[in-house]
Design a protein around this ligand. Structure first.
Ligand code: PRP
Ligand code: URA
Length: 209
């Protein structure tokens, strides 16, 4: 059974309000996506295993803990997922980065895959799939199915806004995947956009509309 965490941290809620505002421009939008990604990453890495080591402080010898060499990979779903990568790497700088290119057909809302490049040793890694928007869930479900074919150790999905429909679909399709999102919105509109949402995340990150 997957773990689902809707973040309710005041810093995230504040940043989300600016992100949703249609008057927020691309430069600030990109910075906010990255900052929120860092905050979600902090929570999604809470269960990373630790090991004890011995060090010497300037005062004395002591036992202390470090990450137990767990290998991580960040896989953004293009395009909008790219906006979350730097924020993730700020906390886990040695993670490898894969890419999955998907776009949603505007008529069918079904994901269309156009690119996939994953780390060669992905089967040794825990994978963080990142995409700001979980709308119908089709893109995340498809991306995770592709990654699973390569046999990674474990997968977590990190998003910013989710619609109830997408959350339910992802949970049902991949019950072993833990899901972390900054907010759960009300619903989808007839065009598959999240309400109230923030509009088209890719277009707002890259200024393409
Ligand atoms: C957006 C978003 C997700 C997808 C979510 O990508 O970044 O990948 O839609 O929708 P879904 O849950 O219904 O699949 P989009 O297809 O607009 O491509 P882009 O990121 O290249 O703009
Ligand atoms: N993709 C987006 O970028 N925004 C939505 O609201 C839904 C899908």
């Amino acid at each position: 059974m997957s773990k689902i965490l809707i973040m309710d941290h005041p810093l995230i809620q504040h940043k989300l309000s600016i992100l949703r505002d249609k008057n927020t421009g691309s430069k600030e939008f990109r910075a906010l996506i990255s900052e929120i990604a860092t905050l979600i990453c902090y929570e999604a890495t809470r269960d990373l295993p630790l090991e004890e080591i011995e060090i010497e402080t300037p005062i004395c010898a002591t036992k202390t803990k470090v990450l137990a060499g767990k290998k991580l990979a960040v896989v953004p779903i293009l395009r909008a997922g790219l906006g979350m990568v730097d924020g993730m790497l700020a906390l886990v700088p040695s993670a490898r980065v894969g890419h999955i290119g998907l776009y949603r057909d505007p008529d069918t809302l079904m994901p269309v895959e156009y690119y996939c490049k994953l780390p060669a040793d992905i089967e040794e890694r825990e994978v963080f799939v990142v995409d700001p928007m979980l709308a119908t869930g089709g893109s995340a479900i498809d991306a995770i199915s592709q990654i699973k074919k390569r046999g990674p150790k474990h997968i977590k999905f990190l998003g910013i806004l989710a619609a109830p429909e997408g959350l339910e679909a992802l949970k049902n399709a991949h019950p072993d995947v833990d899901i972390f999102v900054a907010a759960l919105d009300e619903k989808l509109n007839d065009h598959g956009y999240i309400i109230p949402g923030l509009g088209d995340a890719g277009d707002r990150i890259f200024g393409t509309k």
